[in-house]
Ligand binder design. Structure first.
Ligand SMILES: *[C@@H]1O[C@H](CO)[C@@H](O)[C@H](O)[C@H]1NC(C)=O
Ligand SMILES: *[C@@H]1O[C@H](CO)[C@@H](O)[C@H](O)[C@H]1NC(C)=O
Length: 410
């Protein structure tokens, strides 16, 4: 039943996108010029090697599928040196080598497979990609409490802006430092890839909060965002205590999220912390019309428990375990199910919290919940909102005069 309520994520590209992009370019370039005057937008390079040996004390073999080459096509000139135990200390996937696995074409099951999965299975072995935009310095200089990572695509500039102004704002709350990054791939072929790339580079020079990998930002490639981030975190950010990962069209009550973290810390449940909106006993969707359709050839078992990818919280320790587990699993086209599979490899179950609403509440216009600030005040994560709705709800929820007489009962 639960799995019927799959979230919609990327949405269809609006036909007006190109127009708004042109407009956005103007804005961005204008902002950039201002920023340059202020001396912002200087590309930082990685500082001291703060990552101790305990970072890499577990399973070797990180990045084994990523060939290292002296020829680097990426802009960021990261050297690919490795620690003595063979684990990279900087991003080591330097060459885009994702040619299709032609042997698959001869397989019987491949011929039977729905065509929209061909691209996926032919490139399934490609796991770690070169970085087009990196921020190795993000977590250096002190222990950040929480890293917020937001899955986004280049075109969703207005969503990122709304997130930066609201729940994704980098700040310190009660002595707890919060850092934010957006995870992106590259524009899909057919779009105005060159200009989109320029745009995102401008944006990054202003805000310094973009991680971009050299893979196409398609729906079936979302899992690449998971595995590349897990590896990235392991290399650059393992001193951060908690990670919140979510979509760019959600509302997060940051204070409630921090409260939940404190509660879990007090309860001593940090080691295996992975909490969100859990789906139990889901099975692959066989309806070909669905965005989440999975053919039998790809998966013919029920799914393990997994949490909706719209927004979930995990501890740094958990992130590390998932990184190890993820390397042993074949990529799966649905990213949150893939994470569930990695948890299963670890013999762990995700924890459910009623404050995470990534499934179930569909944004029906008639639902009174969507207009009710107290509803948002009591929750942790709600999807899905337009940038305007997010900004409005954020200001209402943080209005000191807002009185919630009775808690909204879940
Ligand atoms: C790219 O990958 C293919 C198949 O995995 C391999 O045969 C080839 O040698 C690789 N090329 C480079 C430049 O690493
Ligand atoms: C994922 O990205 C890679 C690299 O850009 C590409 O070769 C592959 O076709 C993409 N896969 C899907 C399913 O879009």
């Amino acid at each position: 039943m639960d799995h019927c309520f799959r979230r919609k994520r990327l949405g269809l590209l609006k036909p007006l996108l190109s127009v708004s992009l042109v407009f956005a370019s103007f804005l961005m370039i204008h902002k950039l010029k201002l920023a340059e005057k202020d001396g912002v937008g200087v590309k930082q390079t990685r500082g001291a090697d703060w990552c101790g040996p305990e970072c890499f004390s577990f399973k070797q073999g990180a990045g084994k599928s990523a060939p290292v080459s002296s020829v680097s096509p990426v802009r960021n000139d990261l050297d690919a040196h490795r620690a003595s135990n063979g684990t990279p200390t900087s991003w080591d996937a330097q060459v885009l080598n994702c040619s299709e696995d032609a042997s698959i074409r001869t397989k019987d099951w491949f011929r039977r497979l729905d065509a929209r999965f061909h691209q996926f299975v032919l490139h399934r072995h490609c796991r770690y990609f070169p970085m087009l935009i990196n921020h190795p310095e993000k977590c250096a200089g002190g222990d950040a409490h929480l890293l917020i990572v937001v899955k986004s695509v280049i075109e969703q500039h207005d969503r990122r802006d709304a997130v930066r102004k609201t729940w994704g704002k980098e700040q310190t709350i009660d002595g707890k430092r919060i850092k934010t990054l957006f995870l992106l791939g590259r524009a899909t072929t057919g779009k105005d890839t060159k200009n989109l790339q320029k745009l995102i580079e401008f944006e990054d020079q202003i805000y310094g909060d973009i991680l971009q990998w050299d893979f196409m930002d398609t729906f079936f490639n979302l899992t690449l965002k998971e595995v590349n981030f897990l590896k990235w975190f392991h290399i650059y950010c393992s001193n951060v205590q908690f990670v919140f990962k979510g979509d760019d069209d959600i509302f997060v009550n940051t204070n409630n999220l921090l409260e939940l973290i404190s509660f879990e810390v007090e309860g001593g449940r940090v080691d295996n912390l992975f909490v969100g909106d859990t789906i139990n006993k889901a099975t692959p969707i066989r309806n070909r019309q669905s965005k989440y359709y999975i053919p039998k050839e790809l998966h013919d078992k029920p799914y393990p428990p997994y949490v909706g990818g719209g927004g979930f919280l995990m501890s740094s320790q958990m992130t590390r375990k998932l990184f190890v587990a993820s390397q042993e699993r074949e990529l799966y086209p649905i990213d949150d199910v893939f994470m569930g599979m990695c948890l299963q490899s670890l013999h762990l179950r995700p924890q459910t919290h009623p404050g995470f609403r990534t499934f179930g509440i569909t944004r029906r216009k008639v639902s009174p919940m969507n207009r009710e600030p107290c509803f948002y005040k009591n929750l942790i994560v709600v999807h899905k909102l337009s940038p305007e709705e997010l900004l409005r709800m954020w200001s209402v929820v943080h209005d000191k005069d807002l009185v919630c007489a009775h808690r909204t009962v879940m």
